[in-house]
Design a protein around this ligand. Sequence first.
Ligand code: BGC
Length: 753
Amino acid sequence: MDIDDLLGRMSLAEKIGQLNHPNIGGADTTGAGTASNNIEARLRAGEVGSLAAGAPLPRLAELQRIAVEQSPHRIPLFFSLDVIHGHRTVFPLPIALACAFDADLVTRTARAAAVEGAAAGVMLAWAPMLDVSRDARWGRCAESPGEDPFVGSVFARAMVAGYQQDDLTRADTMMACAKHFAGYGFAEAGRDYNMADISPYRMHNVVLPPFKAAVDAGVGAVMVGFHDLAGIPCSAHRELLHDLLRQRWGFDGLIVSDYTAIMELIHHGVAAHEKEAAYLAFHAGIDIDLVSECYSRHLPALVAEGRIAEADIDAACRRVLRAKEKLGLFDKPYRGLDEEKRLAVTFTPAARALAREAAIQSCVLLKNDGVLPLARDCKIALIGPLADSRANMQGTWAVAANPDDSVTVLEGFRAAFENVHYAKGANVVDDPDVAARLNVFGETFRVDPPEALLAEAVARAHEAEVVVACVGEAKEHTGESSTRSTLELPGSQRRLLEALVAAGTPLVVVTMSGRPLALSWEDRHANAILHAWFGGSETGRAIADLISGAANPGAKLAMSFPRDSGQCPMTYAEPPTGRPAGQIGIDVAGDTERDARGRPVFRKFTTACRLEGASTPLYPFGYGLSYSAFVYGDVALDRGEMDGEHAVLTASVSVRNTGTVAGREVVQLYIGDPVASRSRPVLELKGFQKIALAPGESRQVSFRITADDLRFVRADRLAAPEPVFEPGAFVIGIGGSSDRLGTKTVAWRGDQR
Ligand code: BGC
């Protein structure tokens, strides 16, 4: 396809049509009352470039036929959809999958999602979501790879590889879209859509690395965040979109608005009307208007008035046409629109087996006093509102899933254990109004009289050898616009746990949610806690595998679990501060001595300034237990002094499984930069390796460290990042959790000039 030739033949209106992604039903979300109700007529007129894949395949094929047979230049449509963690087969939530610390697993789930999604007509997937999330109150942390930019970058590459597979003309691929550019995860107080006031320094060192990784991996599209970034809504942020993403990073794919976000510039208070909103968004660098119709209505006039150059419309349209070319649509416009093929590749045994494996790898064992695993013949009281809940297991953003597909924990347990007795015990939420709002699928949020539920559960607990309580949030407690101000178990579920503890039977708590919870009470009282997130289609079997010991937990937290809701936001990668946490006082003499991790050691005290525990998480980033026991040897560096930016350091450690069962351990490498021109985080994850060890087996694990791992970005302006390597002493930490590291210090000199 000669794109330039095609462009040369298109009218301005047709070119603008390619930038328009209206709602498929033609529903007018803006209330402005337009011709958008007649999508077919608009297709014939060349006013539409893309649509959501949210319709049955025959309908999508019909729309495509109109585009390729009746529109002015026969330009095919592309269809988009949110394929976030699987399609019909649902994999664990992204935050859960990130806890597997396994890039290959992420790629395999993304590939399986692409097979199903592409066969359902999805050509552009609105994923991966790459918002670094440090505030558990924010409901969209469920969709994210968690708090760490390194993990986020690994996740980004793995997802893009799985969706795009290096050749988008293949029928089992989807173009990926990195979102939400950028900083949406830092919404103030975790309230969704709230402003995020982020310095360029933090943007470049924390927020942007996963996006940069996606761009470098060839992601086809980037979706712009809804939020306002220090006073400028991202949808109007030229420095972010044009100067940085387009020019500095050289991104030549599609920049897409979020859903109606261009019109929302009016709500943000930076545009008085739609025309100004269209101008601001286009000028900032957004190619495609998702649903708001501001482009289709106002770009023609803006070009006529000379405020927008037609050459810039051409450039945006060229990018859309190129994306269609990359997808092979000019040759095969009906790719993925074959119902028979869809049925053949959807919800296959192989995909379900992968969902089970992924769910097993995503559950994090937070506590175990030895009660787990449970024997097959042990008498179990399986209690809790999430134990026999199906639709909830899929978690948020499972738009193509069938709510009846998931395996419940009760079903998983009945297959894995001989003696299981179930009682609901509590409602997820007791307030019928809240339940009604969460009640997407009837059965899930039925509100029963709490007292009767409790009495039945306690009776079951008394009869059992062990209680397994499945408690947590409803799936709709997380996801878009689902903020919570408390991270404790909702409704009367804590009261249920208190009654179960009082019954005296050993208590295993299985928690489910799309966010970290505050589990201090549960940590004190339960014998074991397994955090299962929402594991997707095979949740029930995966949890039974872990509780029975058929599988061994090996996941680690990708997001810190606070002790208390009031600690949010939090991260292990905190700055040292002038009065470091855990040190009660300040060093009045100023002759700061440093510990092995480079933190100042204080000897002379003045005022007490921190309360015990207020600064540390309950379960830190990188933490997670196993039925095996892993013992780390001392960290060894092959050299203590390094010369120049091309030097390569090898850091290694021996890890031994001293337990009695085979297990997997995520060996984590952290680096600290105690003295630099900017205050640097106490530690930053720079590498990890997931290893499998048989009982008694020991392995030497090595990490290759270069000056790139020591670099950080100085930035006074967003579009002017300055990556720097500052020679000096660096702390190299290796261990099985961010709070349990062996460390060594290396002196790294700069290049001699
Ligand atoms: C969300 C996006 C999503 C889009 C399309 C928006 O509300 O913020 O993440 O891709 O809707 O469904």
